[in-house]
Design a protein around this ligand. Structure first.
Ligand code: AMP
Ligand code: SF4
Length: 458
């Protein structure tokens, strides 16, 4: 997500901000701009460039904008362009646009309650639920209505909401999904990843705090707390895989944390070998760390065709496998006759690893030792990352040795959960915690609060 307040070229900057975060969603993109009197949307299916190609920025004039790239999970796969955010709602006097990232666990129940009360919901997105809750609120001020509505949500989310004269920014009480605030001259900017600030020359100011609702207007920035402070539970997969290496999340640089994951992995699971290589792009930092710690040379043993999108996004297993083949190639001169340590950042279904081990062996590697720079993913994610069923997770259904056998590696090891935490968390304070539920099954938030009866309490 990207938001900007107080800049003449809000829509154009939103385009750049989204472009820097294209890796967070490739299914659709959209922007809503305020010229102070009305909100104007532009959105479409596909990549940011495709969607904005047809955009006349002169018509999208205005000093404030919120923007979004769509990444859908199993829960909300269908929807087409209607589900591309921001979603725009008009009343007699005002308009309001909503964009969110993450997943609301009690959305089915809220949907039912809203429909019973007479609301007609048109999309499967959680943004629409919040919009209706806000609309039904009896609070006079929109900020109070939003705070009241957010208190009804259980889950992992960040929201950007735009009215003609205000922008609202919110993060869930655990801060599971990232969101940062920056400044560009006098303008305020907001983004899921700080890489969006760098591309437009904005400076990082601070993180949006868990349970915080920020109101931005021409008067400046006002912070409201809509929930009691909880232990921070920032998604560790953001560090492992999802975010760009040049982004900082919760004051920790993603590349630096990945490198540390590689260092920890080399300490925990060393192996006799000749060279270390990483699966581009997200595993390179960890491979550098592993090589540094183990004293083995780091080499570009695998290269990536940079014109192919992320394999994971392809819908079917068959297409995914084809995608991997097209995307990555081994460098024969480097791996031939060598004992190769192949670092990948994670294993979800096992597709990538299996293909790469095969490619390396076909290119003449004598041995392939797979080292994974995160713990085995054994549990689904309910917080907005597309790993929603146990069936699809290879580590949920097989032992480590069985996985090694399936992917055809000579040895296999995963980083421990302690190693992962050590690589991300600087000090164990309330502000620094991470979510690792997909690796441990310890979910910080559940729909009925079974594991967290203290939810919303301090
Ligand atoms: P798989 O091939 O299904 O085992 O997926 C693992 C590969 O996909 C790794 O190389 C990661 O870089 C990447 N990956 C891990 N988690 C995700 C995710 N939630 N969405 C997209 N790609 C992912
Ligand atoms: Fe991230 Fe895993 Fe937690 Fe989901 S369950 S939020 S992917 S760490």
């Amino acid at each position: 997500m990207f938001g900007i307040w107080g800049h003449e070229k809000a829509a154009e900057l939103a385009y750049y901000g989204l472009h820097a975060q294209q890796h967070r969603g490739q299914e659709g993109a959209g922007v809503a701009v305020s010229d102070g009197e009305k909100l104007k949307p532009h959105k479409g299916l596909g990549l940011v460039n495709d969607v904005f190609k047809s955009c006349d920025f002169k018509k999208l004039n205005g000093k404030a904008a919120i923007a979004h790239v769509r990444y859908s999970t199993q829960e909300d796969k269908e929807g087409g362009v209607d589900s591309v955010q921001p979603l725009l709602f008009h009343s007699q006097t005002k308009s309001i646009a909503f964009a969110h990232s993450g997943n609301i666990l009690n959305s089915h129940q809220l949907r039912r309650e809203l429909e019973d009360a007479g609301s007609i919901l048109q999309t499967s997105t959680d943004s629409e639920i919040l919009a209706h809750l806000v609309k039904r609120s009896k609070q006079a001020k929109t900020a109070d209505a939003i705070a009241e509505a957010l208190q009804k949500l259980i889950g992992a989310y960040t929201f950007l909401i735009l009215e003609e004269d205000k922008m609202y920014v919110a993060a869930d009480p655990r801060g599971i999904r990232p969101l940062s605030i920056g400044k560009l001259g006098d303008a305020f900017v907001v983004a899921s990843e700080t890489s969006a600030f760098d591309i437009i020359g904005a400076s990082f100011e601070r993180e949006v705090l868990p349970g915080e609702l920020i109101v931005i207007s021409d008067k400046g920035l006002e912070s409201i707390r809509f929930a009691m402070r909880e232990q921070r539970k920032l998604c560790s997969m953001e560090y492992v895989y999802l975010s760009r290496p040049d982004s900082d999340l919760n004051y920790v640089n993603v590349h630096a944390s990945r490198k540390k994951m590689g260092i920890e992995l080399a300490k925990e699971s060393p192996v006799e070998a000749d060279v270390v290589t990483g699966v581009p792009d997200s595993s390179i930092s960890a491979a550098i760390g592993y090589a540094e710690q183990s004293g083995l040379p780091y080499e570009m043993g695998i290269i990536k065709n940079r014109y192919i999108g992320r394999t994971f996004i392809q819908p079917s297993q068959e297409l995914r496998e084809q995608g991997v083949k097209m995307k990555l190639s081994p460098v024969r001169g480097i791996v031939e006759g060598k004992r190769v340590v192949m670092i990948d950042d994670s294993i979800v279904r096992g597709t990538t690893c299996k293909r790469i081990v095969k490619l390396l062996k076909e290119a003449g590697a004598k041995e392939v030792h797979v080292r994974i720079a995160s713990p085995a993913i054994t549990n689904p994610c309910f917080y907005g990352i597309d790993m929603s069923t146990k069936d699809e997770l290879i580590a949920a259904n097989n032992s480590i040795d069985e996985i090694r056998e399936i992917i055809g590696a000579d040895s296999l090891a995963f980083l421990s959960t302690e190693g992962l935490e050590h690589a991300i968390v600087k000090d164990k304070t309330i502000h620094q915690g991470i979510c690792n539920a997909c690796m441990t099954g310890n979910y910080p938030v559940t729909e009925h609060g079974e594991k967290e009866p203290s939810y919303f309490k301090n």
